[in-house]
Design a protein around this ligand. Structure first.
Ligand code: ZN
Length: 104
């Protein structure tokens, strides 16, 4: 396994994981701990995205780069799913949560 993306939030990590899996790459999110450990805080609660197969790392980084480029400089902006009301990045053509097609 190799870390390919350090996310700012769990939502961010999920968007990246979704994009990777959409590209046929097995990915997992690490660094998300359940709260409640007595007297102990996680040293690093920031989620990160890991690629399972090392052979997919190069392709994963390409997908993430394209994803981030689209999200920051592509036409249009974030959109809201008509079915479930979740916001999605402009880079996604389908709702990350329920899978509905982009409605605008
Ligand atoms: Zn939706």
């Amino acid at each position: 396994m190799e870390c390919v993306y350090q996310a700012a939030s769990l939502l961010d990590a999920q968007l990246v994981q979704d994009a990777l899996e959409g590209g046929g790459i097995d990915a997992t999110i690490n660094g998300v701990y359940l709260s409640g450990a007595i007297g102990e805080l996680p040293a690093d609660a920031t989620p990160s995205v890991w690629v399972i197969n090392d052979s997919d790392v190069t392709r994963a980084r390409t997908i993430i780069k394209e994803l981030l480029d689209d999200a920051t400089s592509g036409p249009g902006g974030d959109w809201t799913c008509a079915d479930c009301g979740e916001g999605s990045s402009a880079a996604f053509q389908f709702c990350w949560k329920c899978g509905s097609a982009k409605s605008i």
